[in-house]
Design a protein around this ligand. Structure first.
Ligand code: ATP
Ligand code: ZN
Length: 285
């Protein structure tokens, strides 16, 4: 039977979350990431553990069928692969930073300056589009130390909290793009593998649909049900069940984390009672 080969990061910021995602999809992996390669126990899948930088190339060549990595690496490597799904973790931004005491005058600041980065392709495209001439110092990592030692005037790197920049006496002056972990695929997969991929995507999406949402149950007098329905549109519409207690109903619905407290406060204010909030594990659409 055919197996879908997925490449994930061997060790680094995306490794654990990538394994967690597969686990949430019900895919059991034996032996963790110490080996180069392992098989799922209950799903037609083989897992390859690689450096994230190499994943686009492996997927382009079909050594792996699909892969999980940061969009930043996908853009930088610029291989012939297809991005099929954003995964909602590994969020970071690609930013330009300069020594904190320098006066930043706008993007022209960088004209004829030296910028150190591990993302030379993305950076040179960015500056070319802006019509600015820079000298790019390409490095494998630790670019944040380069201004302090006189190798560069500024840096272009991944930022998440910004604490690394502060620790190195830098300030972020331009956010050029935002990145998160994505699923990429080879452009020429067999029908059998595409079917396994569909199954995987269905599970990933069901998991993601449940993320950031809660299931809410509450009791309310019938006359305020229309107001409650307005506050809780739910997936299609909320379920409303009569209570034994005459003139009262129980309402079941789904609510997003973003406006969670505002909605709860409003529900209480208009007279909902016995509000129960339950986490959602999966949501099948
Ligand atoms: P490898 O050894 O596999 O080449 P690496 O050192 O290149 O690893 P990591 O630092 O583990 O890479 O980061 C992997 C990816 O995680 C990055 O390409 C980026 O997409 C994302 N990432 C980087 N920094 C952060 C962060 N602070 N928070 C969240 N995600 C991040
Ligand atoms: Zn890497």
């Amino acid at each position: 039977m055919e197996k879908l080969k997925i490449a994930i990061q061997k060790s680094g910021r995306l490794s654990e979350k990538s394994i967690d995602l597969l686990t949430e999809c019900g895919i059991k992996i034996s032996n963790g990431s110490r080996k180069l390669k392992t098989e799922a126990r209950n799903f037609p899948m083989e897992i390859l553990f690689l450096r994230d930088d190499d994943i686009p190339q492996y997927v382009e060549k079909g050594v792996a069928d699909i892969g999980i990595l940061g969009e930043n690496e996908v853009w930088e490597k610029d291989k012939d692969v297809e991005v099929i799904e954003k995964l909602g973790y590994g969020n970071c931004r690609l930013s330009l930073a300069i020594p904190k005491d320098e006066k930043y005058t706008g993007i022209e600041y960088f004209n004829n300056k030296r910028v150190a980065t591990s993302y030379p392709k993305i950076l040179s495209k960015y500056f070319t589009e802006k019509g600015i001439n820079v000298e790019i110092e390409q490095l494998g990592g630790s670019v944040e130390i380069t201004t302090g030692i006189g190798l560069a005037d500024g840096i272009f790197d991944i930022v998440s909290t910004g604490s690394t920049l502060v620790m190195n006496g830098l300030k972020e002056v331009e956010v050029t793009m935002k990145s998160e972990a994505v699923l990429i695929k080879n452009k020429d997969m067999s029908q059998a593998k595409l079917e396994i991929l569909e199954q995987l995507l269905f599970r990933i999406r069901s998991h993601q649909n449940g993320q950031g949402k809660k299931y809410v149950l509450l009791n309310a007098p019938n006359e305020i049900i229309p107001q409650i329905v307005n506050l809780l549109p739910g997936m299609r519409s909320p379920s409303i069940l009569p209570l034994v207690n005459e003139g009262w109903s129980s309402v079941h619905s789904v609510i997003g984390d973003d406006d969670f407290w505002e909605v709860i406060d409003e529900l209480k204010r208009i007279g909902a009672e016995g509000i129960l909030v339950i986490p959602i594990e999966k949501m099948i659409m």
